[in-house]
Design a protein around this ligand. Structure first.
Ligand code: PMP
Length: 333
C-alpha cells in the first residue's frame, strides 16, 4: 500500500511543468521555461514548506510546548501551512491579516479551525493598528504563545535551501541556468537562490520579481494589489546578496498573465505567479535554447476568484473593460 502517515508528510516534492503557450512569442531558439507548481502542496502553496520547518525547529528548541498557541501575521498561505501542522500536532492558531487579503483566503484559515484578526493595510508598519503590531501584542498577551515570525525566522529561507532548491537542482539534472521567483519575506529567493548558486558554482542567475512600488525594486512601499509579494521594509529573511537582478512588474501585467496561465496553460494560479511569469518572460527574451529557466509559482488561483478572475473587479481597477475578459490578451502586447 502506498500512503502518507500524515498530510504533513505530503509537503514538498512538487513537479515542474513546461510553459508552452505564454512562451510561444519567444520563437524557435527559446529557452526551456519550466514552472515549479507549488499549489500542489497539501495546503495549496509554497508556504507549507516553511510552516513544517519552523514548527519542527520551535518544538526542538522548546519555544513551542504541547498545547501552545501559534500567533502569526500572514496573508493567508503561511497560515494555512501552519494550520495544517498545528492541527496534526494539537496547537491553537491565531492569524493576523491585512485587509487587502481576499475573504476566501480568510475563510480557508477559519475552515482549518484557526482564529483570524483583520487589520488595515494603509497604515505604517509601526502603527499599533498594523498587522505587524497587532500580532506582536497578541503573542505577548496569549499564554503559551509562539510567534514563528516568517519575516525573521532563519528556518524560512532554510526550508527552501533544504528542500525547494535541491528539488529544482535534481529535477533539472543540474541544467538550470536561471531561477525566477517573487519575494515577500524573501525566504524563497534567498534559500533557493543560495542553494542553486552553491550547487552550480555561481553559474545560476537568480532573478527576483517584484510588484512596482515595493522596496525590493527601489520603491517606497507604495500600495499595489498583487498579494503575498513585495514589501515596505527589508525583512531579515531577505538575503540581499543572492539576487542578480530584480524585475518590477505592474499589477495590470501581473493579473493579465495570471489569467493567461489559467486559459492557456491550464494553471489556475495566484497573482504573484502571473507576476513571476511576466518577469521570467522578460528574462527569457534574452536567453537561448541552451538555457533552462525555472519560475516558481507560489499558490493556486482559487483564493482569487472574486478578484483577478472576476471581470467586474478587474474592470473597477481598469484592468479589463467592463464587457468582459476579451481584452486581457491585449493588455500585455
Ligand atoms: N506569493 C504568495 C501568494 C505568497 O503568499 C508569498 C509569501 N508571502 C510569496 C509569493 C513570496 O514568498 P516568500 O515569502 O518566500 O518571499
Amino acid at each position: 500500500m502506498q500512503y502518507a502517515e500524515s498530510v504533513v508528510d505530503l509537503v514538498g516534492n512538487t513537479p515542474l511543468v513546461r510553459l508552452s503557450s505564454v512562451t510561444r512569442h519567444l520563437g524557435p531558439d527559446a529557452p526551456l521555461v519550466l514552472a515549479k507548481v507549488e499549489y500542489l502542496n497539501p495546503g495549496g502553496s509554497v508556504k507549507d514548506r516553511i510552516a513544517v520547518r519552523m514548527v519542527d525547529a520551535a518544538e526542538a528548541g522548546g519555544e513551542l510546548q504541547p498545547g501552545g498557541t501559534i500567533v502569526e501575521p500572514t496573508s493567508g498561505n503561511t497560515g494555512i501551512g501552519l494550520a495544517l501542522v498545528a492541527q496534526q500536532r494539537g496547537y491553537r492558531c491565531i492569524f493576523v491579516c491585512p485587509d487587502k487579503v481576499g475573504q476566501e483566503k480568510i475563510n480557508v484559515l477559519k475552515a482549518y479551525g484557526a482564529e483570524v484578526v483583520v487589520c488595515p493595510t494603509a497604515v505604517d508598519p509601526a502603527d499599533p493598528r498594523s498587522y505587524y503590531s497587532v500580532s506582536d501584542r497578541l503573542a505577548r498577551e496569549t499564554p503559551g504563545a509562539w510567534k514563528p515570525d516568517q519575516y525573521s525566522n532563519p528556518n524560512n529561507p532554510r526550508s527552501h535551501y533544504e528542500t525547494t532548491g535541491p528539488e529544482i537542482w535534481a529535477q533539472t539534472e543540474g541544467r538550470i541556468t536561471h531561477f525566477v521567483t517573487g519575494a515577500g519575506t524573501g525566504g524563497t529567493i534567498s534559500g533557493v537562490g543560495r542553494y542553486l548558486k552553491e550547487a552550480s558554482g555561481g553559474r545560476v542567475q537568480v532573478i527576483g520579481a517584484d510588484p512596482e512600488g515595493s522596496v525590493y525594486s527601489g520603491g517606497t512601499g507604495r500600495p499595489y494589489l498583487v498579494e503575498g509579494v513585495g514589501e515596505d521594509f527589508w525583512p531579515s529573511t531577505y538575503d540581499q546578496e543572492v539576487a542578480d537582478e530584480i524585475v518590477a512588474v505592474s499589477d495590470g501585467d501581473s493579473f493579465a498573465m495570471t489569467r493567461r496561465l489559467a486559459r492557456e496553460e491550464g494553471l489556475l494560479v495566484g497573482g504573484s505567479c502571473g507576476m513571476a511569469v511576466v518577469a521570467a518572460l522578460r528574462v527569457a527574451e534574452r536567453l537561448t535554447e541552451d538555457d533552462v529557466l525555472v519560475v516558481l509559482l507560489p499558490d493556486g488561483g482559487r483564493g482569487y476568484l472574486g478578484k483577478i478572475f472576476n471581470d467586474a473587479w478587474m474592470a473597477d481597477y481598469g484592468f479589463v473593460e467592463a464587457t468582459g475578459g476579451e481584452t486581457v490578451g491585449e493588455l500585455l502586447h
